[in-house]
Write a protein that binds this ligand. Structure first.
Ligand SMILES: [Zn+2]
Length: 434
């Protein structure tokens, strides 16, 4: 499926839907107007006047002009109420229709699977070589779309944006070296806990990485005068956290990690599992444990990123790690099938960032993907579109979310210009998977 074909195909739909959105906005304004009218008691007065008008129309104290005026007021009031009332009904019908128009049954569970550091081009090559059968199967049931990244292409920025639906100015998580705990209540986990009530949903995360997908509290560390800071400066590795001085002693203030607040609302937050096998097995255990409950599970595989840093994006090791991610994704879906949960569960596989072509880093790696068995994902998008999609599938009303989400659900046209990221660097050579 070519990205350009997709875009061409969807453009007209987008225009049509923008019109619908405008209509809904007009309905909302009318609804608000009609309720304000009611609150001010104007409606009541108009109706009172109209009834007295009909009662008294034969009486001479009503002048002709007055009669005309009253008649106009009545007609205008009745018409505006009819229009506004109709619009309100239409709006709720639209919301209901939207919920029903989503294809497939409403899922009970969602699993978000992270393939940390999976470069889109490399994933596409693996798919072409039939090395990722489970990702392919998932995509065939639902879809496979492209995700471009506007912000920093690293782990902290990536997962914070995916798990909240916001730009860093809202979460305070800009990149691995500039972050803070995500303010309370903004993550998918917390929104779901609040929406359903803690007794009615299990939210859990099993995470391969330690440092950058972390919930550690803030720390005040005494700075040793052993030249550590100087060494770090020379290596151009800026020491994390501000240095303060108290009673002549220097301390480094390390901010709390992104999920420091989030963790408190969750049923489970487990990180640092490192190996795909450990992450995968733990995820399967949890699915088994919570099979009779509604759940949202975040499963994060770290080996692709780790192998990329160690051996480079074009290495066999990086390729093998993608195959490993796919294998464990398949084991998870097999477990769901075994328990009869597969049809009740939507699975989204995505990545926080790609990898610099042929390199051992991802300084500028904005090309990733989203693969899912959700048939409602209809377009390419951005990292922040994942959270609204998941929240919508769980039945949350996105228009009520505060602050308004920066992302747009994948089941609707984005209604925004696509970011200009420059051309995707071309593959330099064709890899041989051995
Ligand atoms: Zn990395």
């Amino acid at each position: 499926m070519g990205g350009s074909d997709r875009k061409r195909g969807f453009r007209p739909v987008e225009k049509g839907c923008i019109k619908v959105v405008r209509k809904i906005k007009l309905f909302r304004i009318l609804c608000r107007f009609s309720s304000e009218v009611a609150i001010n008691g104007i409606t009541e007065r108009v109706y009172k006047d109209s009834s007295s008008f009909y009662r008294n129309k034969s009486q001479p104290q009503f002048g002709k002009e007055q009669t005309m005026l009253k008649r106009i007021i009545v007609v205008v009031a009745v018409l505006s109420l009819a229009v506004a009332g109709g619009s309100c009904a239409e709006e709720s019908k639209t919301t209901a229709a939207k919920a029903q128009s989503l294809k497939g049954p409403v899922p009970r569970n969602v699993i978000l699977i992270g393939w940390d550091g999976a470069q889109r081009d490399h994933v596409n090559e693996c798919l072409a070589r039939k090395e990722l059968p489970n990702l392919k199967k998932l995509s065939e049931e639902g879809t496979y779309v492209e995700i471009d990244i506007e912000g920093t292409t690293d782990t902290k920025a990536g997962w914070a944006q995916i798990l909240t639906g916001y730009y860093p100015r809202v979460t305070g998580v800009y990149r691995n070296g500039r972050y803070q705990p995500i303010p309370k209540g903004l993550t998918i986990f917390e929104r779901l806990e609040k929406h359903f009530g803690p007794e009615n949903i299990v939210t859990a995360a099993v995470i391969g990485k330690k440092g950058n997908v972390d919930a550690d509290p803030p720390k005040k560390i005494k700075v040793k005068d052993n030249g550590e800071e100087e060494k770090a400066k020379k290596k151009k590795r800026r020491p994390r956290g501000k240095i303060i001085e108290e009673d002549g002693v220097k301390y480094r203030l390390v901010p709390g990690k992104p999920y420091y607040y989030t963790k408190d609302s969750m049923d489970l937050f487990e990180n640092g599992l490192r190996l795909d096998e450990k992450v995968g097995k733990r995820a399967i255990e949890l699915i088994d444990k919570y099979k009779n409950r509604r759940f949202f599970l975040f499963v994060h595989f770290a080996e692709v990123d780790a192998k990329g840093h160690k051996f480079g994006e074009n290495s066999k090791e990086y390729n093998d790690a993608l195959i490993s991610n796919d294998h464990w994704t398949g084991r998870i879906t097999a477990k769901l099938r075994e328990l009869g949960l597969y049809d009740k569960t939507r699975i989204y596989v995505t990545s926080d960032h790609g990898f610099d072509e042929g390199q051992k880093g991802h300084g500028n790696a904005p090309y990733v993907f989203l693969a899912t068995n959700d048939k409602n994902v209809m377009r390419n998008g951005l990292r922040q579109d994942v959270a609204p999609t998941i929240l919508e599938r769980f039945g949350l009303d996105l228009s009520r979310i505060e602050p308004p989400l920066d992302g747009v659900t994948f089941s609707e046209p984005a209604g925004r210009p696509t970011p200009t990221l420059g051309p995707q660097p071309r593959k330099k050579r064709v890899r041989q998977a051995k």
